[in-house]
Every structure is written in C-alpha cells, then in structure tokens.
Design a protein around this ligand. Structure first.
Ligand code: PHE
Length: 341
C-alpha cells in the first residue's frame, strides 16, 4: 500500500505541476482527491491494515493530500497569473501612439474670393441667381442678340453637345440674365456665379473650364455711371483703395455701349511682365448697358427701363486677390498650394 501511495504521489504531483489549464487541474483534483478519487479509494482500505501499519500509512496519506493540495494551489496561481499576463499583453494600450486626427480642409482660394464677392454685392442689394451649365443655343447666343454666323458661336470655341448646335456647354454666364428677366420684372439686381466652358488652350491665364460672375441690374433710369460706380465700389472693397481700374471700349452683341475693364497687373504694377503678357494690365471683366433688343426679347419695356450687365472672371479676380501668377495652380489640387490660404 505504501508503494501504491508513493506512486500516486509521484504521478499526481507531476501531473498537477504540468497541468495546462484550470479545467485540467480540476479534473486531476477529482481523479485523486475526489470522493471516488484514487487516494480516497486507497484510504477506504485502511481498515484491512494492521495496527502498526495504520498510523504510518495514515501519516503518509495525509502528507500526500497536503502536498497535492499545495501543488494544486501553486499551479492554480501560476495559471491565473499566466492568463492575466496574456490578457494584459493582448489588451495592451500604447498611450504614446499619436491620436488619429481628421485633417480639416480649407476653403479653396476661389471660394474665399467668391464668398467675399457675394458679401459685397449682397451688401449693395443684389440677390444670387443660378442657371444651368448645359445651355441651349437660344439662351447662350440667340436671346443675347448673337446672330447666326457670329464668331463667338464658332465650333472652334464652343463645346457643342449636338451636331445641330442646339445644345452646348455655356460659354458665359450671360444666359442667366435672360433666364432671370423672363421670370422677374424690374427692379432686378442679381449676380450669378458659375462655371463656363470654352475651347481655350491652357496657359497661365486660360483654361477650358473657368468661372464667371454675371451681374445684372435693370431699373428705371439706370445709366453707365451706375455701372461704373458699382464696379469701382466692388473692386475697392475687394482689393483696397489702391486697386487701379482701366475702362476700355469694347464690343459685345448683348450690350451697347460695351467696355472691358482691366486691373493693373499685381505682378509688375503696370510695367509689363509674363503674367500680363507685357500689357501692364489684366482683363478682369466685360460689361455694358444691356442691349435694348435683349430687354425687349424678355418683355421689358425699354421706354421705362434700362440696365447694365457685367461678367467677371473669378480665376483672375482670385489671382489678383492673392498675387497668384499662374491660374493652373487653382486646378491642380496641390495641398502645398491650397493650405496657404
Ligand atoms: N459674357 C461676356 C464674356 O464672357 C462678359 C459680359 C457680361 C459682357 C455681361 C457684357 C455684359 O466675355
């Protein structure tokens, strides 16, 4: 019996020490120490032993139980510690890792200038109007007194969307003038910003897609002085008092008289350079008194009403505002450029 006990001791302690997890430990406890366990079974046979043997075996059995108990306790602790270490490792949180930040973008420089422009005109009593980028020949040309065969209608300049020229990408925001006048009776005071398209070669001041802000005022007694006053006021507010404007006579089919307005080149201050192509001035907008034929076509009585209109180039407006010497920068989406505004 003593040998049996010693065998149990060797084996049981060995197995407890190498138990892989708490379930296995529990199974071992039942196997050896449980009510039907091996050790318990042996002890039940104690009665068969002689009086001399009994205390010796009893003592041995007790010491085995104690050793097993304490081995189990040690192993339980070790296993729990291992489990905890593992969990800590798995759930480790490195508080030194930099946080994930969402980078906030910025307004595009042209949006900044467009917003400033809207503010200024709204301050002068204007409203914002909108029109489609895909236009009909009627609104883009015919209603604007631009006859068939006029060079502005040329297939080389205009992106036509139909073989018969009836639908096109608008070449100017001026068709919005007509759309507004068809719906609204004077007094009219609107600006209308938006994209326009022309088959232009790309260079520092041209792109096949660019932006304009159309302006239209129709009321009783509107004259060229109102046009001049409004634009001088606008440019002064946007650029400050030293911005110099130059009014040049020009021709547009839908205004009479017409003019182009240049701003002194911000790069060379009138000397002539690459940006202004040696001119010293940069064309900023076209304008004029709305042609009576355009007004009448929209049902406006020219005996009572007159009006002025203008179309400003937003890219050039923005170039001057921030001294940007190449328009292409606005379209390249280079963060190094855009983050400066
Ligand atoms: N639409 C003209 C252009 O694109 C500009 C303009 C607008 C001229 C309004 C006169 C009046 O060149």
């Amino acid at each position: 019996m003593i040998t049996q006990l010693e065998q149990i001791r060797e084996k049981a302690i060995e197995r407890v020490r190498s138990a892989a997890n708490l379930q296995e430990l529990e199974q071992l406890r039942i196997k050896y120490l449980g009510k039907k366990g091996e050790l318990t079974a042996l002890l039940k046979n104690m009665g068969k032993l002689s009086a001399e043997e009994r205390p010796v075996v009893g003592q041995l059995a007790n010491s085995i139980r104690e050793k097993l108990d304490s081995a189990m306790k040690d192993r339980t602790e070790a296993l729990s510690r291992e489990a905890m270490d593992l969990r800590l490792q798995e759930e480790a949180l490195d508080v030194t890792i930099p946080g994930k930040t969402t980078e906030l973008g910025k307004k595009h420089p042209m949006s900044i200038v467009l917003d400033e422009t809207k503010e200024i005109f709204i301050g002068m009593g204007f409203e914002i109007a909108e029109g489609p980028e895909i236009e009909t020949e009627y609104y883009n040309f015919t209603a604007l007194n631009t006859k068939p065969g006029h060079p502005a209608r040329d297939w080389q300049d205009t992106f036509y969307l139909r073989e018969d020229s009836s639908v096109l990408l608008r070449t100017q925001t001026s068709p919005v003038q007509v759309r507004v006048m068809e719906k609204k009776k004077p007094p009219i005071r609107i600006i209308s910003p938006g994209r326009v398209y022309r088959k232009d070669e790309v260079d520092a001041t041209h792109s096949p897609m660019f932006h304009q802000i159309e302006g239209l005022v129709v009321d009783k007694g509107i004259t060229m002085t109102d046009l001049k006053g409004t634009l001088v006021q606008f440019v002064g507010k946007l650029y400050g008092p030293d911005a110099k404007l130059r009014f040049r006579p020009h021709h547009f089919p839908f205004t009479e008289p017409s003019c182009e307005i240049d701003i002194m080149c911000f790069e060379c201050r009138g000397e002539g350079c690459r940006v202004c192509k040696g001119e010293g001035w940069i064309e900023l907008l076209g304008a004029g008194m709305v042609h009576p034929r355009v007004l009448e076509g929209c049902g406006i009585d020219t005996d009572i009403y007159s009006g002025f209109a203008f179309g400003i180039g937003v890219e050039r407006l923005t170039m001057r505002r921030f001294s940007v010497s190449d328009m292409r920068l606005f379209f390249e989406n280079d963060i190094r450029f855009l983050s400066q505004f």
